[in-house]
Design a protein around this ligand. Structure first.
Ligand SMILES: *Cc1c(COP(=O)(O)O)cnc(C)c1O
Length: 388
């Protein structure tokens, strides 16, 4: 038996929806992408949604739309997938990292405040902060939003883990406390389009910029821009140096069909999370925070194993569970310890809390189709780790 840490859930109606597009006239640039965007907009209450081919692309055009360039600084959490930081580097900007909170594993609001005060003195404030809602649990957005007003930076939410989650009464993606929010539709995430992503915003100017950046910087218009020659026929004009980051209608059909089950998916993940938490309460490990004022999408269920407290190391637990077919995982080693980032000059001990977390964290299997038998098998094997 092999149990992954995350996996997509595909129904016969998903397959029918994709098949319908395959039999239609348009595989891309038809009406299913706009329809998916409209539905995500209705779901999250964000005014504008721009579907793209990955969250990585969405992060890139989000940074571009906010004007991130060569002389700018972008900050993010070290406890994330490399894409959150890479987006800033694509724009030629400098990246820096804020250490995490030891309870939520999201970037620490107090560490952020300290670094802002310090950077203001040195005239090195960031242009953009990319927050990451780790495991599907929102960052402290109200406080971060206040800091953004005080210190004059923009906010991108990397909500790759968090579609379907709530922050107080708002859906993550509402952009109530940010400029742009980004979702991922990779198969391990909450809903999938195979590969895919989306950028959301309430700002029509940013929406327009991102809309043209995803398609070569081109917009369809037959208006003449060059009065010197009226004999030409123009169907589109390029206004900016953009990319081909478009989502296909095939992908959007899958996304639209998956979106119908998003609340059921999140509910199922929460049921599994509560079952794990109940089963593990007496074990010598740190369990995920369950904050009743927010709904986490529980993209991940992360336990922390501290060797001294647990009597067993995380690495031993990792190897043992792997050998039993439970494909536990590490989310994440600090981005700045990746060889590429080390080559940019980042050193060990830069964010000590994040490094300690990385030595203790372990993501257990959690996804809607994880059967009760599989859940019980995981629980049994975890409990066995701490016997005697
Ligand atoms: C998955 C993920 C991404 C990248 O998403 P893609 O859609 O694969 O590009 C970015 N950030 C975080 C936090 C992720 O988990």
């Amino acid at each position: 038996m092999q149990i992954p840490y995350g996996k997509q859930s595909i129904s016969s109606s998903d397959i029918k929806a994709v098949e319908k597009v395959l039999k239609s006239d348009f595989l891309t640039q038809g009406n299913v992408v706009p329809s998916f965007e409209y539905s995500v907009s209705k779901y999250t209450k964000a005014k504008h949604c721009i579907a793209v081919n990955s969250a990585t692309s969405a992060l890139h055009i989000a940074c571009k739309a906010l004007g991130v360039g060569k002389n700018d600084i972008v900050w993010t959490s070290p406890n994330t997938y490399v894409a959150s930081a890479n987006a800033a580097l694509y724009c030629g900007a400098k990246i820096d990292f804020i250490d995490i909170d030891s309870e939520t594993y999201n970037l620490s609001t107090s560490a952020l405040h300290t670094k802002l005060k310090d950077s203001a003195k040195k005239n090195k404030l960031p242009k953009v902060l990319i927050v990451v809602h780790l495991a599907g649990m929102s960052c402290d957005m109200k406080e971060i939003f206040k800091l953004s007003k005080r210190y004059g930076f923009k906010i991108i939410e990397d909500a790759s883990h968090a579609i379907g989650a709530n922050y107080f009464k708002n859906k993550v993606g509402s952009c109530k406390f940010s400029n742009i929010c980004v979702f991922s539709f990779h198969p391990v995430k909450i809903i999938t389009t195979g590969e895919g992503g989306m950028a959301l915003t309430n700002d029509p100017g940013l929406a327009k910029k991102m809309m043209i950046l995803r398609t070569h910087g081109v917009a369809k218009t037959n208006k003449s821009f060059d009065q010197s020659n009226n004999n030409e026929i123009w169907n589109y004009h390029q206004f900016d140096l953009g990319f081909n980051y478009r989502m296909t209608d095939i992908q959007a059909a899958l996304g639209l069909s998956q979106l119908k089950r998003i609340d059921a998916f999140v509910k199922k993940r929460n049921v599994i999370a509560r079952k794990y938490t109940k089963a593990f309460l007496s074990l010598p490990i740190q369990l995920p925070l369950i904050d009743p004022s927010h709904l986490s999408s529980f993209h991940l269920y992360v336990i922390r194993i501290n060797t001294e407290r647990a009597g067993i190391s995380r690495n031993t637990a990792y190897k043992k569970l792997q050998s039993q077919g439970i494909q536990v995982n590490i989310h994440y080693n600090p981005v700045y310890l990746q060889p590429y980032y080390a080559s940019l000059g980042f050193k060990r001990n830069y964010c000590p809390k994040s490094e300690k977390y990385a030595q203790e964290c372990l993501s257990l299997p959690i996804y809607p189709d994880l059967s009760v038998d599989e859940q019980n098998f995981v629980i049994k094997k975890i409990k066995e780790l701490f016997k005697n």
